[in-house]
Design a protein around this ligand. Structure first.
Ligand code: CAA
Length: 269
């Protein structure tokens, strides 16, 4: 998600610093965007000049201190609150006065992350969708302490990078994941009950006009991400209607994480 968000911002004309403490993740992000742009150039949807111009707007760094000039910092680390808080504390120390810090969480509490900083009024959520450069929506989430000024800044920024925005309550899953992820979870239950994944996906693509079937989508976003989001809904509302499908748990234990691991509901080898 971090690489996709960096690409989205750079394509809209913003200077971006992509930070990860793990250098191989940065090399991978750089290779991904270059490969994607090479395909676009070959396809004729981007010129070589545009490609170079956008790539030059993205710098890569393993140091948080390289964010000191940033007006907006967007966090996209794994969905674990203790990691989010550590990153928010570090970003708060590195950031200049007045900078806004945003989380791309898909459902965790913005207020809790904000409380780890000395600028809770300047913390907010923007939830992007995968793949971030293609998906038009950005969900905006205010924490309890988010100021009106921060909200307006973040809203203008999201529109400036080409997103349609919706305001969401600070509740697990916000809007899209609260509806989409239980649907994907229900599709996994159908497989547990004996349906073939191909049948479930064909049914939803042709019967509901979805661009991808729910199980294809599970593999696309990652079974681990999907399970974490569903578990977040279950724990957040303490409601059995959000119980994660057991086969998702088995798949994660087996390392069948979808496209990224080569095996999910489908095989990618
Ligand atoms: N990153 C960046 N750009 C990508 C991309 C990626 N991973 N995949 C495709 N693209 C770009 C291509 O470069 C191409 O751009 P150009 O036209 O400029 O060349 C464009 O998207 C279309 O690509 P394709 O023709 O290959 O793909 P497609 O028409 O089959 O569409 C899709 C691909 C957009 C992914 C489509 O299948 C789709 O909309 N799928 C559903 C995606 C979805 O539901 N996402 C939400 C997941 S839930 C989530 O993210 C929330 C969460 O917290 C878990």
């Amino acid at each position: 998600m971090g690489g996709g968000i960096a690409q989205t911002c750079a394509q809209a004309g913003f200077e971006v610093v992509n930070v990860d403490t793990y250098e191989p993740a940065l090399s991978k992000a750089r290779a991904n965007i270059e490969n994607l742009f090479n395909k676009k150039v070959a396809k004729g949807t981007m010129t070589e000049g545009q490609k170079q111009e956008i790539l030059e707007r993205i710098r890569y760094s393993t140091e948080m201190k390289d964010l000191r000039e940033a007006d907006i910092i967007i966090e996209a680390v794994p969905e674990r609150m203790e990691i989010k808080k550590e990153i928010f504390r570090a970003a708060d120390e590195a950031a200049k006065e007045g900078a806004v810090i945003v989380s791309n969480t898909s459902g965790l509490s913005i207020s809790e992350m904000a409380a780890a900083t000395k600028r809770p009024d300047k913390v907010m959520g923007i939830h992007f969708f995968y793949p971030a450069p293609v998906m038009k929506l950005a969900e905006l989430i205010r924490g309890i302490a988010t100021s009106e000024e921060t909200y307006q800044t973040v809203r203008e920024f999201a529109v400036a990078i080409g997103k349609e925005v919706v305001d969401c309550p600070e509740l697990p899953g916000f809007i899209v994941n609260r509806i989409l992820v239980p649907m994907m979870n229900e599709a996994a239950f159908l497989v547990m009950e004996g349906c073939r994944p191909e049948d479930v996906d064909t049914a939803m693509k042709l019967g509901a006009n979805h661009p991808m079937g729910p199980l294809e989508l599970c593999d696309f976003v990652g079974i681990d991400v999907m399970l974490a989001t569903m578990t977040g809904l279950y724990n957040g509302f303490r409601d059995s209607k959000y119980r994660p499908c057991p086969i998702l748990e088995n798949m994660v234990k087996a390392g069948h994480l979808g496209r990224k691991s080569g095996q999910g509901f489908y095989s990618y080898n």
